[in-house]
Design a protein around this ligand. Structure first.
Ligand code: SF4
Length: 441
């Protein structure tokens, strides 16, 4: 039996082109590992390579998020027209199974670990059901992802590893928090360590929703990471800076930094988005703590909250430049389906694009998909774009990167920061305003 796993892209920055800075699709490596050995598995990543639609296969499985749903439906249509059975799973099918069911022969809701084997044996017996439902569970269930499937695809030189899934917080815009319903589960520490050691991974990105959600478990893992002498990063909550033992262990175990959900500095915005864990402390304190331990901070911002205006967004970005954050993502606040934010905006009649921006022909990447409270949708789109171009202007890149903190650490770090700032600037300019899916399909 032949299984084709596909990771769809969001769209094409230019017709017929592919991404040059993609990271491994870890979730598909896990699905491949959960597949019995009598299935021959192939993996195609629509972001970095063409999909061979005419290659013989018995089953196509797509993983999709809301941003990649439209492209996934295009791919599914092409395969189903050739008589190939298509199943879809991932975050978007979990949040909107009915929509996805219209484009697939079967929908897999929730974590793959529990029922993936059952789905495959149903395919073998010609008895595929329309819906499979896995509950949130311990990631990977003792398997290691099939990393051999990533070879030759020119991903960024980072190995993705998962320690935990979920997050105990409930930020109103967060799709993973809606799916995991405030639950957080960690893998056995010895399994994580064995996975890193046996695969000889040297630069690791933990793809956890919130690496420090269970601080005791995170500390235990970091103690075991120390002898491996790897370099690693992840994403974690801002309140980590108040736990000095945690910060020390991070530095000692090779942590180069984290993506941190700063979101906003406006108190009312933080309360409305239910991000109360961010209410104490300021940007200066975060920058100082990261600098003290030699770690790099990637500030994740969201713009378009009810108290935001074009001026307040510009001020927020200026403050991130002044705090000398190495990186920032000025993300458009995004109403992901089924989240509390989506339901509130829907109830208030503020959703644009018929409430289904991810499928709408006129929606473009990085555009506001709702009516903000204190500006127009177009003003918000422009303010978000200006935030990116300001933060990544050549002058501001130099101001942020050439700091004493980076200079005294290592000249290599300056080179890396300059390189990745350049990549991020280029990526933003390429994808801003990009339509979803592939116009050539
Ligand atoms: S802290 Fe991060 S992962 Fe947790 S609910 Fe908030 S946005 Fe989601």
């Amino acid at each position: 039996m032949r299984l084709t796993l596909i990771r769809p892209s969001i769209g094409r920055p230019n017709p017929g082109t592919f991404e040059t800075a993609a990271i491994e699709p870890l979730q598909l490596g896990v699905v491949a590992a959960l597949t019995p050995p009598h299935w021959e598995v192939r993996l195609y990543d629509d972001r970095v390579e063409p999909i061979p639609f005419d290659e013989p296969t018995d089953l196509v499985a797509l993983t999709l998020e809301t941003f990649t749903a439209k492209r996934a439906y295009q791919i599914a249509t092409a395969y189903r027209a050739r008589g190939v059975t298509v199943v879809m799973g991932g975050m978007h099918p979990t949040l909107l199974p009915d929509e996805v069911a219209a484009h697939a022969d079967a929908v897999y809701v929730g974590d793959a670990e529990q029922h993936w084997g059952e789905l495959l044996s149903d395919v073998e017996r010609g008895r595929l059901k329309r819906l499979y439902r896995g509950e949130p569970t311990i990631p990977q269930l003792g398997t290691f992802p099939r990393r051999d499937l990533f070879k030759g695809k020119k991903y960024l030189p980072l190995s993705l590893v998962q320690f935990s899934r979920g997050c105990p917080y409930r930020c109103a815009f967060c799709a993973p928090s809606t799916y995991f319903d405030g639950r957080h589960r960690t893998r056995a520490i010895d399994a994580v360590i064995r996975e890193i050691a046996e695969n000889n991974l040297k630069i690791v990105l933990f793809v956890d929703d919130n690496f420090t959600a269970d601080r005791a478990a995170a500390k235990d893992l970091m103690r075991e990471l120390v002898p491996l002498k790897i370099i690693w990063g992840s994403q974690a909550s801002v309140e980590m800076i108040r736990d000095r033992e945690l910060m020390r262990l991070m530095a000692d175990s090779g942590c180069f930094g984290h993506v941190v959900g700063i979101e906003s500095t406006d108190r009312e915005n933080l309360v409305t988005m239910n991000k109360k864990q961010n209410l104490s402390g300021g940007l200066g304190a975060v920058a100082e703590a990261f600098g003290e331990y030699g770690m790099t901070l990637w500030a994740a911002l969201t713009v378009g909250h009810d108290n935001d205006t074009p001026d307040s967004i510009a001020r927020l970005v200026d403050r991130c430049v002044e705090a000398r954050f190495a990186y920032a993502a000025v993300n458009m606040l995004c109403p992901y389906p089924a989240t509390p934010l989506y339901e509130r905006l829907k109830a208030e009649g503020r959703l644009l694009y018929d409430g289904k921006w991810w499928l709408h022909s006129e929606y473009h990447f990085n555009a506001a998909a709702f009516v903000p409270r204190r500006m127009t949708a177009d003003e918000l789109t422009l303010a978000c774009r200006k935030g990116w171009t300001t933060f990544y202007s050549p002058t501001n890149i130099a101001r942020r990167v050439l700091t004493w903190d980076t200079l005294r650490r290592h000249p290599l770090r300056i080179g890396l920061h300059l390189f990745y700032n350049y990549i991020l600037r280029k990526d933003f300019l390429l994808t801003d305003g990009m339509p979803f899916a592939d116009p050539l399909s």
